[in-house]
Design a protein around this ligand. Structure first.
Ligand SMILES: Cc1cc2nc3c(=O)[nH]c(=O)nc-3n(C[C@H](O)[C@H](O)[C@H](O)COP(=O)(O)O)c2cc1C
Length: 168
C-alpha cells in the first residue's frame, strides 16, 4: 500500500537522509537502474515542487534519465540494510543488475513509468522539467579542484515531484 504524503511536510527527514545517501532510480530501454546519491535539493521553481539530483557524466543513470526523463527518489525510513547504499554507490548498472543482486522489490510508479523500491519506502516520483550541465567557468576554484579534477561534471536534473508516498 502507498500512503500519500506532502513531500514538504517530510522535508526534515528527506534532507537529513540525503547527506547519508538515498537512491535515485531510473528506467529506460527495459532496464531499471538505481544509484546512491549524496547530493540533492528540494524546493519550488515555476510554482512547482522540485527535487534536483546531480548526476555525473560517467553514470549509467545519466544515459537512462536522458532517454526517459523521469526518476524516483527512494529514501530509507527506520531500519534498513546499509549494504544497499554501499552497493548501489559503487556498482554500475552497466555491469550488474543491482535490483536483482540485492533482491530489491519494485513498486510500480503512479505518475511515472519508473518504479519505487519497497526497502526504501519514502518515495518521490519526479518528471524532469529542466536539466542543466554544469559550466566549468561558473564553479568556484576550490570546488573545481576538489570535485572535478577528472573533468567528470554533474548535470542537474530538476524533477517536478508529481507524487510522494510511503510504501507500507
Ligand atoms: C554516498 C554516495 C553518494 C553518491 N552521490 C552521488 C551523486 O550525488 N551523484 C552522482 O553522480 N554519483 C554519486 N555517487 C556515485 C554513484 O552512486 C556511483 O558511481 C554508482 O555506481 C553509479 O551507478 P550507475 O553507473 O548504475 O548509474 C555517490 C556514491 C556514494 C557511495
Amino acid at each position: 500500500m502507498k500512503r500519500k504524503i506532502d513531500a514538504f511536510a517530510y522535508a526534515n527527514e528527506i534532507l537529513n537522509a540525503i547527506g547519508k545517501g538515498v537512491l535515485m532510480t531510473t528506467k529506460a530501454d527495459g532496464q531499471v537502474d538505481t544509484m546512491t546519491i549524496g547530493w540533492g535539493t528540494m524546493g519550488i521553481q515555476w510554482g512547482k515542487p522540485i527535487f534536483i539530483a546531480y548526476v555525473r557524466e560517467s553514470r549509467h543513470t545519466k544515459k537512462l534519465v536522458d532517454s526517459n526523463p523521469e526518476f524516483t527518489i527512494n529514501i530509507p525510513l527506520g531500519e534498513y540494510d546499509k549494504n544497499i547504499l554501499g552497493f548501489c554507490g559503487t556498482k554500475s548498472g552497466r555491469d550488474v543488475d543491482k535490483i536483482k543482486e540485492l533482491n530489491l522489490h519494485l513498486e510500480e510508479g503512479e505518475s511515472v513509468s519508473v518504479p519505487g523500491i519497497r526497502e526504501l519506502p519514502l518515495t518521490l516520483e519526479c518528471k524532469v522539467i529542466y536539466k542543466q550541465e554544469q559550466v566549468k567557468e561558473a564553479i568556484a576554484p576550490d570546488a573545481l579542484q576538489r570535485y572535478y579534477a577528472d573533468g567528470d561534471f554533474h548535470t542537474a536534473y530538476y524533477g517536478q515531484i508529481t507524487s510522494a508516498y510511503i510504501v507500507e
